[in-house]
Each structure stands twice: as structure tokens, then as C-alpha cells.
Design a protein around this ligand. Structure first.
Ligand code: EPZ
Length: 419
């Protein structure tokens, strides 16, 4: 397992290009199950999670060829409808094959994802929705056994605006007989990106990006060529890095409209933000002001940015409160930040942060994807050396993050086979 070692204290400046969004690429790659033929996707990030869904699709009989940041996928010879435990255990987003498999193969056998570091993360809303669409769902031996001669349209109200739940049900509805309406649907940009690809394939979806999505079933779909949208969480991570190190970073190939809530909070913290069509420039302010944050479904402040923003608040002037309203256990990074000198007290879903003049470098351990990004951010600003272990968590969702930070002037390196 690799470590990443950082000598903190250097302001970051220069330009960084954002990679394609992991959470857009995963459902779009799952959507290739819906029809045979050769798909081509550009701007697909090189990440462990993308490799995971590649292995899963190939294990079912798909062809998957990567050419740089372009991938070609063909599921014409799909012969299996199972997502085994070994795969789903590694990446819970594998559950995204459930809807498309039911739609195309009329059957699916997908391992229950189980919990993860940040919470129980049940899939009851996915399963209830599929039952409404006529699927026969059984839970046996840790697997979802689903079958449906032909899915039929239905009215689904989602108790929570679940992102992958909305994606799974949208994909299940595109070949169903009749109209499916998803109410209280998630509104993330990745939902809209998936709907755009499905419509290009011949689906008939309206309302993506709003709380009510209508899917009129069609008989046939065709493969397409598409480009993956930029990763708004990676963009937000670099925005925090600029404010945190009092640097000046031009974040290129991002969509500013996807990071409005983050821009608002970064500006309130005292940094200057310049927005143009597909880039955001962030210049750190002299002082870092404390800002309260509540994580909410999109377009609210993203839970995937909570750990990163907490690092900024840990060196702000004054006292701030960060409330995590999406996942029940997404403060695992706090204990490691406290070892670096952060003054944070947890009370239920709230983290009370008393800003300190500086953090101090220390050996720390990553526990989940966004926590690992926050520990690297803390190392960038801490006095002394920070060694982050178990960075395989980072490699799931950030493409060459340490190389991008090094280009911006950070004293950072990856130590192969560290701890
Ligand atoms: C997606 O996860 C993202 N993953 C997560 O990003 C992100 O944190 C999350 O949405 C919230 O924005 C992908 O898109 C691959 P949810 P997802 O279903 O779909 C509860 C990252 O770092 N819930 O929107 O699994 C659930 O427990 C990852 O890239 C149910 O109760 O999240 C949670 O509390 C981490 N029943 C809340 O809803 C269900 O059936 C939101 O979860 C489904 C969800």
C-alpha cells in the first residue's frame, strides 16, 4: 500500500485541469448494459473505481478497451447477469448494474453492498422502486435476486433523494412498458449527465435535474459516443487547496454551475473567486474566516466536500459548525485531523471546529475516499511533514492527485509500498 508524504507550508499557484467525474462515469458505463453495440466515451478518468466497473462488465461478457482517457465498450455478447460479492465489496456503486440488467436481461443477481466506512448505506429505496416497476425481488444469501419478464412503468416516490437510486430506477424505466415517474428524485449533475446519454441512446426522459423525472419506456436503444462531465468534487478540492494555502489556482475544465454552493462558502471564508465559462480561479485571502456549513442534497453543499472544507475551517479565525446531514458516520477523518492539532468536537451530526493558527504534520491514515483528500489538504498547510497511509482510498476517486498538487508547487511525493 502506498503512502503520500507532504512537507507543508507552501502556497499553491498555477493551473490545474479537472478530470472526468467518477460519479458520472460509473452510471453511464453501467448504462451500456441496456443495449449491444459499440459505445465510445471520452474524458473517462483513470481511477480504481472505473477499473472495478470495467472488471464487472467484462466478467459479464462485455468488451472494454481503454485508449488514454477514451474507452470503448460493447455489451453485445452479454452472457451473465451477476455482480458477485468480491466485486461489489470493492465498490458499492456496482449496484448500478441492477436496473440495467433487469431491463436488458430480465434478471439480475447482485450482491448486497453492505455498509461502508461512512454509513450503513442501505439500498431499500432502489429495491422498493424496482418492485413498483414489476420486478420480483428476493434477498437470499447476501444477494439481491431480481427478475421481471418485462418491467412496467410506475409512480415512485423516493423517501430520500438517493443519487444511485435515482440512476438505477431511471435506467430500469427506459425500456419498461409505459411511463415511470420518479418523485423526490436526486438532482445532482451526474443524474442529468446520465439522462443526456440515455436520451442520446433513444430513451425518452424529461425532468432530469429537477425533483420529478418522467421516463417514457421505448422499445429500442442504440449505442452512442459521449464525453464525461468534469468532476465537481475534484474542482471543489482544489478550490479549498487555494484558499487553505493562501495560493492562487486556476481550475480549468470545470463547470462553475456545478460548484455554486462551494464557491459561496469559499468566498465567505475570505478567498477571492473569479468564474468564467469553464474555469474557476481561487485566490486565498490574507485571513481565513470561519463559515458554518450544512451538507445537503444537490444543489446544497455536497457531503463529498465536507471533509475537505473542515480542513479549511480548522485553520480559520474563530468558531464554525459543520453539520453532516447525508451520512450517519462521515466524521472519521476528524480523529486524524485532531492528531494534526485541529480542535474539533463532535456532537451527533455536528462538528464544532475552533480554528487554530496552524496544524502540525503527523503520520495519519486514510479511511475513505474524501477523508484521504482532507488529510492531504491538511498536510499541505501543516507545519512539518505529514505521511498519509492507505492512499488506495484516494486512488479510487482522484486521478494523480499528488502529481497535480506537485505541479502547483507542493512538496509532495508518493512512496510506493509505504506502510
Ligand atoms: C452517491 O452515493 C455518491 N456515489 C456518493 O459519493 C455521494 O456521497 C452520495 O451519492 C451523496 O451525494 C456515487 O454516485 C457512485 P445516496 P449513493 O443513495 O447514491 C440513504 C464519493 O465519495 N439511502 O444518495 O450511495 C443513504 O444511506 C461517494 O464519490 C437509503 O436510506 O448515496 C444516505 O444516507 C461517497 N436508502 C442517503 O440516502 C437507499 O436505498 C444518500 O445516499 C439509498 C440511500
Amino acid at each position: 500500500m502506498d503512502d503520500i508524504v507532504i512537507d507543508g507550508g507552501k502556497p499553491l499557484s498555477g493551473e490545474v485541469t479537472i478530470s472526468g467525474a467518477k460519479n458520472a462515469a460509473l452510471p453511464i458505463l453501467a448504462a451500456t448494459i441496456l443495449t449491444g453495440g459499440r459505445f465510445t466515451f471520452h474524458n473517462v478518468p483513470r481511477l480504481k473505481d472505473i477499473e472495478s466497473i470495467q472488471h464487472l462488465l467484462v466478467s459479464m461478457g462485455a468488451e472494454f478497451v481503454r485508449d488514454g482517457h477514451t474507452v470503448h465498450v460493447d455489451t453485445s455478447n452479454l452472457k451473465d447477469y451477476e455482480a458477485p460479492y468480491e466485486q461489489v465489496r470493492k465498490m458499492r456503486a456496482s449496484i448500478l448494474v441492477l436496473g440495467p440488467l433487469l431491463a436488458r436481461m430480465k434478471r439480475a443477481r447482485v450482491s448486497l453492498p453492505g455498509g461502508c466506512a461512512i454509513g450503513a448505506r442501505p439500498i431499500d429505496l432502489h429495491l422498493n422502486g424496482l418492485s413498483i416497476l414489476g420486478a420480483d425481488i428476493k434477498l437470499e444469501h447476501g444477494y439481491v435476486e431480481a427478475a421481471a419478464k418485462r418491467l412496467k412503468g410506475g409512480e415512485i416516490y423516493l423517501d430520500l433523494p438517493t443519487v444511485t437510486g435515482t440512476e438505477n430506477l431511471m435506467m430500469a424505466g427506459v425500456l419498461a412498458k409505459g411511463v415511470t415517474v420518479l418523485r423526490n428524485a436526486a438532482r445532482e449533475p451526474e443524474i442529468t449527465a446520465l439522462a443526456d446519454v440515455l436520451n442520446a441512446m433513444g430513451a425518452d426522459i424529461s425532468g432530469a435535474g429537477s425533483p420529478v423525472i418522467t421516463i417514457s419506456g421505448v422499445k429500442k436503444l442504440k449505442p452512442v459516443t459521449a464525453t464525461i462531465i468534469p468532476d465537481r468534487i475534484e474542482a471543489g478540492t482544489f478550490m479549498v487547496a487555494a484558499a487553505l494555502t493562501k495560493g492562487d489556482i486556476l481550475i480549468k475544465k470545470c463547470d462553475p454551475s456545478h460548484v455554486e454552493a462551494i464557491i459561496h462558502k469559499i468566498e465567505k471564508s475570505g478567498a477571492a473567486v473569479e468564474v468564467s465559462e469553464n474555469s474557476v480561479r481561487v485566490k486565498g485571502g490574507e485571513a481565513i474566516n470561519s463559515v458554518d456549513v450544512k451538507t445537503m442534497p444537490y444543489p446544497g453543499f455536497a457531503t463529498d466536500m465536507q471533509a475537505q472544507f473542515m480542513v479549511l475551517m480548522s485553520v480559520a479565525n474563530g468558531f464554525s459548525v459543520i453539520s453532516e446531514n447525508i451520512f450517519e458516520n462521515r466524521f472519521i477523518h476528524v480523529s486524524e485531523l485532531k492528531r494534526m492539532g485541529a480542535d474539533i468536537t463532535i456532537s451527533g451530526s455536528h462538528a464544532m471546529i475552533k480554528g487554530r493558527p496552524a496544524l502540525s504534520g503527523a503520520p495519519v491514515m486514510a479511511t475513505d475516499l474524501r477523508a484521504s483528500a482532507s488529510l492531504i489538504l491538511a498536510g499541505l498547510v501543516a507545519k512539518g511533514t505529514t505521511r498519509v497511509s492507505r492512499v488506495y482510498h484516494l486512488d479510487r476517486g482522484y486521478e494523480s492527485l499528488e502529481k497535480k498538487f506537485k505541479k502547483l508547487g507542493a512538496a509532495i511525493k508518493r512512496v510506493r509500498g509505504g506502510s
